[in-house]
Write a protein that binds this ligand. Structure first.
Ligand code: ADP
Ligand code: MG
Length: 187
């Protein structure tokens, strides 16, 4: 499948609605690779989620924050019966389970054991205080677009009308200062 939802949101015959979503995983504190792999397994095990693909991990220098800790990022493609806001709450609970401490809003980016962002949810466009979809910075971040383009290159950004592969290529052409290194999951 190309990443966009199949068959539209209105399932027939009283079946639960299935949505396709991309979740961004990031960590720059602690054993980042192990943390992300464990989160991938938690997503896989959740009864309301079906984990379809997990990208390779990618290592990158911090962007937009004053920190010496490098990041590891990955993206998971899931199918779910949850709504977008409920999925975001589940992701925030997983962050808390992994020791993520949120400082006051507006204090800027902080080092984090785990950051889970909802990147894409079907073709949904929302801009509320709790949830903005598509994630507002996904098209500017190579550490998000590389794993997205790896697992779902043909998913079309609902606002920009461009595929994840095209957005990744644009960024590589324009901002080659955002270096990312593709890693492998440890055995
Ligand atoms: P960041 O990921 O930008 O470093 P946080 O993880 O601390 O920031 O999230 C800050 C807030 O962003 C959260 O309270 C959450 O409600 C909000 N938010 C809005 N849209 C999204 C989204 N698509 N994915 C994740 N969080 C989001
Ligand atoms: Mg976040």
């Amino acid at each position: 499948m190309g990443g966009q939802p199949e068959g539209g949101p209105a399932a027939a015959g009283g079946q639960p609605c299935h949505h396709a979503a991309c979740v961004g995983l990031g960590s720059n504190l602690g054993p980042s690779l192990e943390i992300l792999r464990s989160v991938g397994e938690r997503l896989q095990a959740h009864p309301a989620l079906e984990s379809l693909r997990l990208s390779s991990p990618y290592r990158s220098a911090p962007v937009g924050m004053d920190s010496g800790h490098w990041f590891v990022n990955a993206v998971a493609l899931v199918r779910t019966t949850l709504t977008g806001p409920v999925l975001l709450r589940l992701l925030q609970a997983l962050e808390a389970d992994h020791g993520r401490v949120r400082l006051r809003p507006g204090t800027g980016y902080q080092d984090r054991t785990l950051d889970l962002d909802l990147l894409l949810f079907d073709d949904l466009i929302i801009d509320s205080e709790q949830l903005t979809l598509p994630h507002p910075r996904l098209h500017q971040r190579r550490f998000v677009l590389e794993p997205l383009a790896e697992i779902t290159p043909d998913w079309v950004h609902p606002l920009l009308g461009r595929t994840m592969a095209d957005l990744r290529d644009d960024l590589v052409d324009v901002k080659c200062n955002q270096q990312v290194e593709r890693l492998s999951w440890p055995r």
